[in-house]
Design a protein around this ligand. Structure first.
Ligand code: ATP
Ligand code: MG
Length: 495
């Protein structure tokens, strides 16, 4: 099933001109903090982060080695190979001081409590040092794709650059149906670096068409998979300017402060940290309150409003059905203008199978040239659950042919037959030991084989093999070459 879904993605995305990119599983934490945003749930509490150790350092195994270790750390710190942070600076000074005091005690006096105390404090300081870069398992891949775009000068490629990826993502969430700590995404991005004379309002029709085509592509993919109950919701979240989203957020905040007492704890906290996220609330008692809040659609600047109108026109041209949802905001900081989410049936409350949006400016924020971006990520686990639920998931493992061989002489013929059939791309099962005919046919049935090739001494001698169709029990005799052609034909017919 996973193969079929991924294979279908490759095919469909390929027809839209997308190529595959394979970003790494981990990256510097800083990349995600900057791209996704420090205030987001993902970065503030869901990332699996760790400090890498500097290659030249191995933690001391015996007490006496700590002095030398601290000296080494100091050298690497001075040369900048160990992160020069305030915290490291403080810890290193502490480690040095306590080590020195400990050594003085150990040589000048009896080993008393104070010696212990120094040793203890020194070890604590050493353990708290950050001895290498801070890394994180990727919680999403857009940041990595943008990082790679910059690192490999993709702005010099023919524009726009269209890429897709598949693979595991990691977020420390509460596991439940459709929500895992290691989950899989299939995603795609369209990146376009601004050329001379590009940018501004005249690009709006083009940008909206690109957005619509990306959405059309996901919908085509879901259609090909026969995903059931697919619903596309769209919204525009404007852009970060006082006459657009920033102005709106101020109004939203003011309105939220008014109703603060009626809101739950999470929403109250978000009034300060991320007011847009309040709109995302699923709490029953907050719904009526949220319905009265100001709506972003009424506060978009002229260009963003035009882009949104154009997006809807483009979707209509492509016969992509959508619903508008003014409460649709995405949990990641980098989105602007177009945002969308797709839900499917059979998933309970975790029913979003795809989220996406436009992120002009993200590449620039990460140190690259001014570049536009639009992309999406599909939750592959949820996609799989929904397909299974609707009975669209099952792919019979199946065999084209089960080779029932009997008698020592037949084994060599069976092995040769299996090789020929497999070379022709047919799925052939060859039992490793001889079986009685009845047992072999039973086994063939269990494995979902369509045919059984029966090879006994007679067949070996005559060169005329027996092929049994398992569905109706009919039998035919044929030679080897004829058999391979016949089975290839049958395979092609069954798809
Ligand atoms: P949600 O609101 O469900 O937490 P999200 O806004 O965090 O989703 P995105 O970061 O936009 O999700 O990721 C895109 C898609 O990846 C989601 O629509 C969902 O299908 C899937 N996804 C996200 N987090 C998980 C997870 N922990 N387990 C399984 N799938 C996930
Ligand atoms: Mg989430």
């Amino acid at each position: 099933m996973w193969n079929r879904v991924e294979q279908t993605a490759r095919e469909v995305f390929g027809t839209f001109g997308f190529g595959e990119i394979r970003p790494p599983i981990f990256e510097p934490t800083e990349l995600f903090a900057r791209a996704v945003g420090g205030e987001t749930d993902i970065v503030s509490k869901e990332m699996y982060s760790f400090t890498d150790r500097h290659e030249k350092l191995e933690l001391p195994k015996v007490m006496g080695d700590y002095g030398g270790f601290i000296e080494k750390v100091e050298k690497l710190y001075d040369s900048g190979e160990i992160p020069r942070t305030n915290n490291n600076d403080l810890l290193l000074t502490r480690a040095k001081t306590h080590w020195k005091q400990y050594v003085e005690h150990a040589t000048t006096g009896p080993f008393v409590a104070e010696g212990f105390e120094n040793l203890f404090r020194m070890v604590i300081a050493v353990n708290a040092l950050q001895l290498g870069p801070e890394l994180s398992l990727r919680p999403e891949a857009t940041a990595s794709v943008c990082r790679a775009y910059i690192e490999h000068n993709m702005h010099a490629w023919p524009q726009p650059v269209k890429l897709y990826y598949t693979g595991p993502m990691f977020r420390r969430e509460r596991p439940q149906k459709g929500r895992y700590r290691q989950f899989y995404q299939i995603g795609a991005e369209v990146l376009e670096t601004l050329q001379q004379g590009q940018g501004g309002a005249k690009d709006i029709p083009k940008d909206a068409a690109v957005d619509a085509e990306v959405i059309e592509m996901v919908m085509a993919f879901f259609g090909r998979l026969e995903l059931q109950g697919v619903q596309l919701e769209i919204n525009s979240i404007g852009h970060n300017a006082p006459d657009c989203r920033r102005g709106y957020v101020e109004k939203l905040k003011a309105a939220l402060v008014e109703v603060k007492d009626k809101l739950g704890e999470d929403s109250r906290r978000r009034i300060e940290t991320n007011p847009l996220r309040v709109l995302d609330s699923k709490l029953e008692h907050e719904q009526a309150i949220i319905a009265t809040l100001p709506r972003i659609g009424d506060h978009l600047c002229d260009d963003c409003a035009k882009h949104y109108r154009e997006l809807k026109r483009q979707l209509n041209l492509r016969e992509v059905k959508y619903e508008e949802n003014w409460r649709l905001v995405r949990g990641l900081d980098y989105y602007m203008r177009t945002t969308f989410e797709i839900t499917a049936q059979g998933l309970g409350s975790q029913n979003a199978v795809c989220g996406g949006g436009r992120y002009d400016g993200l590449v620039e924020l990460l140190g690259g040239p001014p570049t536009k971006g639009i992309g999406f990520a599909i939750g592959e686990d949820r996609l799989m659950l929904s397909l299974q639920e609707a009975g669209k998931g099952g792919v019979a493992q199946g065999r084209d042919v089960y080779i029932a061989w009997m008698g020592e002489k037949a084994q060599a013929t069976a092995i040769a037959a299996a090789r020929k059939l497999r070379d022709a791309g047919l799925r052939a099962e060859l039992p490793p030991v001889e079986q009685k005919l009845g047992k072999a046919l039973g086994q063939a049935d269990k494995l979902g084989a369509r045919y059984a090739l029966i090879l006994g001494e007679d067949e070996v001698v005559s060169g005329q093999w027996t092929l049994k169709t398992l569905a109706d029990g009919s039998q035919k005799k044929m030679g080897e070459a004829e058999l391979v052609e016949f089975l290839k034909g049958a395979r092609a017919l069954s798809g």
